[in-house]
Design a protein around this ligand. Sequence first.
Ligand code: HEC
Length: 91
Amino acid sequence: MRMLILLLSLLAATATAGESRIFLKERPGKNQVAAQCAMCHSLDYITVHSTILDRAGWEKTVGKMINIMGAPINDADKQIIIDYLAQNYGK
Ligand code: HEC
């Protein structure tokens, strides 16, 4: 029981600490981003860059992850991911 209370208070703390640092916004494309963009680094990279990257910036960044970093993302997912990032985490 004590464990449960501890767990619940932890959850409450993260919920109030808030916004999107830990949980990505629930929109179409989120699953692709969560699956493909957390392999090498934390998803914080996305939220941290949301104030400086617009759609073109995200296109470039996702392209860099694929071409230079070697992320194994196919073209269909790439488009979904760029749309998601531009719409939800674009400046
Ligand atoms: C194959 C590994 C890998 C995958 C998968 C990956 N990244 Fe990265 N990413 C990196 C590396 C390596 C860096 C540079 C790390 C550093 O500078 O500490 C980086 C850096 C970044 C940065 C910081 C800005 C920059 O240009 O360096 C952002 C934003 C980013 N990644 C977003 C993404 C997104 C969005 C996805 C999903 C489409 C993704 N990453 C998937 C390896 C990856």
